[in-house]
Each structure stands twice: as C-alpha cells, then as structure tokens.
Design a protein around this ligand. Structure first.
Ligand code: ZN
Length: 356
C-alpha cells in the first residue's frame, strides 16, 4: 500500500465508495509512470472481490480489503482468476479487446466481479477503442473496467466521458526517499541518506524507477554513498549543482571554471551538469518572482535542498537581469554542447562571457 503514499485523495474516494457498496463500473487512471496506478487497480479488484468483505458486513463498512483471504492474496500475486490485465502497448490490444468484448459478457468464474485492467490505454488502435466504447456503453453488472494511461489526451473523449477519472500525481522526493529508506532498512542495504535522496530525485516522481535504481546501485557496491551513486549514474546530484550555482551567483569566475573542470575530469557528463544547472538557476529565478512556488518545489526537493535554494534566491535580488541573460546563454550552450565533441567549451565560454 505504500505505493499509494501521496495519492490519498484518490484512495479515500474509492474506499468510501467501496464502504457504501458503490464502486463504479469504469475508471480511468491517468498520471506519470510509477505513481501507483496498477496498485490502485488491484486494490479495486480486491475491494470488489474480497471474501471477508463478502461475508462480514461490519468489515465491509471499513472500505478496505482484508489482504489475507485467498482472493486477496491471488489478486496481489497477479493470479486472480477473474482479474484480467491487458497491456495495450503489446500488439496494440486488438486481439485483447476482442476477447474482452466477448469475455466480459460471461459471468465471472469464481469471484463476484470480473475486473479488467487495461494498461497503457492510449496505445489502443481506433478499432480497439471502438470495441471498448461498446463495452463501456453497457457494462454488465458483474464487470469493472479500469483503464490506466500516462497520456490522457490520447484517449478519446467518448471513452473518458464514460469513466470515473482520477489524476495520479508525481510522488514527492521526500516520499520516495522515505520509501527507499524503508526498503534499505528491510533489506539491510548499506546506503547513506543523501544517496537515497539523490536516487529519489533521479526517479522524477516514480516509485518504480527509484526502486530499480536503488537495486541497481546496491548490486554494484556493498557500501553506497552519494559519491558512489553519482559515479555509477554519471550524473551529479543536487549538492554539486548547487555548489556550482553558488560560485556563479557570487560571480566567482575562477572558482566556477575550476569546478567545471573538476567535474569534467571526474568523468561526469558535462551536458547533464549544464542541464541540471539550468534547472537550478531557473528555480532560483522563478522563486525570486513567485515565492508561492515553494509549495510546488517541496515536491521536487528535500527540505534541506529547498533551504539552500532559498539562500541562493537572496543572492540575485538586485541582479535578476544578469541571471536572465545567463540562463538564455546557458540554454544556447546546452543545445550546442549536445552535438559537440568539445562538450565543456560552450559552458566555459558562457561562464567567461557572463561572469567577468
Ligand atoms: Zn480479502
């Protein structure tokens, strides 16, 4: 269930519906990868079919599955006989939707509800969407359809309008780091907190990506700290980007150039560094003009990182024009260096031009 951390706005609606025995027949879940769409789909399948809920009215009113009955455990393991998961990305779902249209009419084999979970719904062909639409127009009483997608706008309005829709938000860095920490403790991984925070930031809102990155990094080294992750990924974390930004904002040309050289000599990707620097300075600039953005930024950054960023905002109070010009120049440098055999040069030249 910890996959659903941060999606409480959705889980509570669904649990209330389940408590009142009013689950919908069609749902559409949309949002970025790894934000809990599959977990919530399975939660609905369990709510609809849990044996304990079926037998115990008092338990049913709680709006939770028991997670221990045979049906719950089967569904959790992806073996639920009447829970059919369809991946629309593979062969674009033509055969699957055809068999869904036929299969959905038949009564469930052993559960009260047949639950169809269609992943990557936006990948369906026009024909498959048409077939799906016919099913959505008159879903049988024993069926629940859950459509999941990362690209809401590619799903036809005729389909979306017939579903109950939920938007899944990106997970915050703090939440991802918290979850990674619990995995690290459970699996006795020797990994520092700042390394976990960096991995969490790299995952860009996805629990799944963060977990696989953690496993990858820990399989390479027995002891993992921030430097280990940076070395393995070839990218620098917030702290290094922020140190470089501090030198730049303090107009320390000599220090900035030395820092770029050090990072480049360390085998890190200077193009990525520039990209991170652009992101960083952009955050400084936007926060300078709109302090309300802090609420958004705290999803992408840890509390400590946000404090550092805010301290840097103070440095640009009187020189925003210079920062705007530097940002524009960095964007140009970034597009040049991506195709240049001398990746560091556009960055260095930009710094020299703007920090003198
Ligand atoms: Zn159960």
């Amino acid at each position: 269930m910890s996959d659903l951390l941060g999606q409480e706005h959705i889980t509570s609606v669904i649990q209330n519906a389940a408590a009142a025995d009013k689950l919908a027949h069609a749902y559409l879940f949309y949002g970025p990868r790894g934000t809990g769409k599959t977990t919530l789909s399975r939660l609905i399948a369990k709510l609809a079919n849990c044996q304990t809920r079926q037998d115990d009215a008092k338990f049913k009113a709680k709006g939770e599955p028991c997670n221990i009955c045979t049906r719950c455990t089967e569904i959790d393991a992806g073996r639920g006989i009447d829970v059919i998961e369809i991946d629309a990305a593979s062969n674009r779902g033509i055969d699957e939707i055809r068999s869904l249209r036929e299969g959905i009419r038949l009564a469930p084999t052993s559960y009260p509800y047949k639950v169809f979970i269609i992943d990557e719904t936006h990948m369906l062909t026009k024909e498959a969407f048409n077939a799906l639409l016919k099913t959505l127009e008159e879903p049988p009483a024993h069926a629940i359809l859950i459509l999941a997608t990362t690209e809401y706008e590619k799903v036809p309005a005729t389909i979306t309008s017939r579903t109950q829709r939920f938007h899944f938000r990106k997970h915050s860095v703090e939440n991802i780091a918290k979850k990674l920490k619990s995995i690290a403790v459970e699996e006795k991984l020797d990994v520092t907190d700042d390394a976990l925070e960096f991995i969490a930031a790299l995952a860009e809102g996805s629990f799944r990506d963060a977990e696989s990155l953690l496993q990858q990094v820990c399989s390479l080294d027995a002891k993992v700290d921030l430097a280990t992750v940076e070395r393995n990924i070839g990218k620098v974390g917030f702290s290094r980007t922020s140190e470089l930004a501090a030198l730049i904002l303090n107009k320390d040309l000599k220090g900035s150039l030395a820092y770029v050289k050090e990072i480049s000599d360390g085998g890190f990707n200077v193009v990525d560094l520039t990209k991170e620097l652009i992101h960083y300075l952009r955050r400084v600039l936007t926060l300078r003009f709109n302090p309300d953005l802090e609420a958004e930024l705290c999803k992408e950054l840890t509390a400590k990182e946000l404090e550092t960023l805010k301290a840097h905002v103070q440095l640009v109070n009187s020189s925003t024009d210079q920062l705007i010009n530097l940002l524009k120049a960095l964007l140009t440098a970034y597009s040049q260096m991506r195709y240049s055999p001398f990746a560091a040069i556009p960055l260095e030249v930009t710094l020299i031009e703007h920090l003198q």
